[in-house]
Design a protein around this ligand. Sequence first.
Ligand code: PLP
Length: 407
Amino acid sequence: MQSESRPVADVLAELDARRAQDPDEHGGRLFGLVYPTGHPELEALTHDVYERFLFSNALNPLRFPRLAEMEREVIAVAGDLAHRSPTERHGGSMTSGGTESILMSMLVNRERARQRGIERPQILAPVSAHPAYAKAAHYFDLDFVQIPLDEDYRADVSAARSLISDRTCVVVGAAYSYPHGIMDPITELAALASEYGAACHVDACIGGFVLPFMEMLGFDVPPWDFRVEGVTEISMDVHKYGYVPKGASVILHRDDDWVWHQTFFYERWGSGLYATPAIAGARAAAPAVAAWAVMQHLGIDGYKNIVAELLSTTEHLRRGIEAIDGLEIVGDPIGPLLALQSHRIDLYAVADVMEEKGWYLNRNVEPYGLHLMLSPAHRSVVDELLADLAFAVAHHGESKGVAARYA
Ligand SMILES: Cc1ncc(COP(=O)(O)O)c(C=O)c1O
């Protein structure tokens, strides 16, 4: 830090100049990481919430009981969407994001396995599962076993059967997966887990605020939530398709009591009892309040309208991509996420051209290709995107060798 202070205007000018060099979150040119809605009133609401709660701290629910109440209401909404039987304590907590929700679930299931006498439990997760499961294994001293995918890019249940063991504490399935946007066979995975006394975590970090509304709109959605026997945990990110700024996710447990395994209590401190439901100590309250406010504002109908619009944009894009010679959609994705492959075109070279035109497509490794996660704001750019994609396919050169890197 420099020694002299700087005028506010000067600091903000530099900040704006730096920010202008990064992609614009609102421009519809990114496919993942951010979820712009293109609905100005929704974004204005979020700004207003942040203004009010900018300096709040969600650490102490006894000091801020109304804040804690709003968090509980968000958890209850997520529970309703996932068809969890309502209980007084809502069987879950809010966390900072999908990774923390997953970490909490894996910790809970390690503890439950230890209670059954399993000393070194094991996570069984599809190769398409988010790296957060491997991270949990690393943090919590668990073994991590990967289930290969079948030809439809779903977790291969017969392979899972050959890999599961008495040490498996949790079987993971996605609703739906990040790399391909495909639903794992949750019913079968949950049944297999139950046979071995293991838990079944459904990763609905992406799908949690998409699939319930798809079902309400009459789309054919395979079973994935607490209506499936054997599903014990579900993670649902509000900061993705819930349209809330980063820092908001929900982890739900079928049984209220399991939340205690993720709750840390410490009584031997000079300042009294310390307890937290997840990893953070002091934590921003604004994401949770924004989640509450956005849910209040949109209601079921608002989310349904957004999802309907999003799916029609996805369909439009999908048809357009399929009409470009040489491009193929990977498998049969259920929602607003498309993975692309090609048997004759180097798609990383296509991505290079797209980047020159200002489109930040993601690169996939398996299968080699591209990855587009759509947000509502893409509706207004989809024709331009398709025109540029057709151009890039027709005019690409050699790939510059940019690797697929998520983080
Ligand atoms: C399926 C899935 N699970 C978990 C996560 C992790 O979420 P976060 O980045 O909020 O920690 C992601 C992130 O993209 C995801 O796609």
